[in-house]
Design a protein around this ligand. Structure first.
Ligand code: 8YV
Length: 331
């Protein structure tokens, strides 16, 4: 199929350079209003386009996939995680699904490191104080004491690209790194990230000062940090979640914080996004971010370029480079 005959529907506005290039290459339908589409809007886009470019705000479930026009052959997700798409249903219908890996690894790892620094050093709390007229009355020895990072133990859950990038950064700050993963890393990679594998998640949780969630959301990782597991953490431990809200039982986390049994939490993702448990606003030892860990101009540009490359390869009759297979969706 000639590229400019490929009909592509894009569910959200993208960086302008990417939109321009896509308009040159393909016959594109845009969502001009840039508001998340309801199921009917998505169904309309899937009824007569060859390619759908969704984002995390679009739930492409089995019903939508089964109701799609026969011409829909590619779902080129603008995003790394694909838990918004029913990969099995797409596979059964012969629809290829692709994602945008690697281009947001460094940005996400930088944000995780920023949160690992910000929470124990009370960065956001300090800023909040300065914005309140008269709240800062002058220095004193016991003012705003936090906790030192060097020498602490970080437990990374999910040691893929992002987990490894976090490990490298944390080592530079003198942090001892441990990880839990479905399978142990190859010895060379493990040595290069200087991290110790712990096969039993419960055992790892009991001894960490910081826990970072870097695994995808799958049926196997839903509520991986359950009430029972959160209770295994040390009372000073902090939890950083930039993966998916569903990986933590958010209500149990709020209970644990309210009971003073946790050192704190830094959350960029939420179980019922964009909604979240409002009790989380009450705690000074919680940092809340609006799903922005990968939000850099360079990252979004890279994601857009990946989407274009995936569509072009498919339109040329090649296998798109970033295919997501049903088995990989369970990783
Ligand atoms: C993206 C993300 O911005 O790529 C991911 O998996 O979580 C985000 O950082 C979002 O998914 C875009 O669709």
């Amino acid at each position: 199929m000639a590229h400019n005959q490929t009909r592509v529907a894009v569910t959200r506005r993208l960086p302008s350079e990417i939109e321009l290039r896509m308009s040159e290459l393909f016959d594109v339908t845009w969502n001009e209003h840039d508001r998340a589409l309801a199921a009917e809007g998505l169904a309309a886009m899937m009824a007569n386009n060859d390619v759908l470019v969704p984002t995390i705000t679009d739930r492409i479930d089995r019903r939508l996939i089964e109701g799609a026009g026969a011409q829909l052959k590619l779902i080129a997700n603008f995003g790394n995680g694909t838990d918004n798409i029913d990969i099995d249903a797409a596979h059964e219908r012969g629809i290829i699904v692709t994602n945008t890996p690697s281009v947001l690894t460094d940005d996400t790892a930088d944000m995780i490191m920023a949160l690992i620094l910000a929470l124990p050093r009370r960065l956001v709390e300090g800023d909040r104080i300065m914005r309140q007229e008269g709240a800062f009355t002058g220095w004193s020895p016991n003012w705003m004491l936090g906790r030192r990072l060097a020498g602490k133990k970080l437990g990374i859950i999910g040691m893929g690209r992002i987990g490894q990038a976090v490990a490298r950064r944390a080592r530079a700050f003198g942090v001892e790194v441990f990880y839990h993963n479905r399978s142990r890393l190859h010895a060379d990679i493990e040595a290069s990230v200087d991290a110790t594998y712990i096969d039993n998640l419960d055992r790892m949780l009991r001894s960490m000062d910081i826990v970072s969630l870097n695994c995808p959301h799958t049926p196997a990782t839903y509520h991986l940090l359950s009430a029972r597991r959160l209770a295994l953490l040390q009372p000073h431990a902090i939890v950083v979640n930039t993966s998916r809200g569903e990986v933590i039982d958010e209500d149990a986390l709020a209970d644990q914080l309210a009971a003073g049994k946790l050192g704190g939490a830094a959350l960029d993702v939420f179980e019922r996004e964009p909604a979240f448990n409002p009790r989380l606003r009450d705690f000074d030892n919680v940092i809340l971010l609006p799903h922005m860990s990968s939000a850099t101009m360079e990252g979004r540009q890279g994601m857009g370029e990946k989407v274009i490359i995936n569509i072009r390869s498919w339109a040329d009759g090649h296998r798109p480079p970033d295919r997501v297979l049903p088995s990989a969706a369970l990783d």
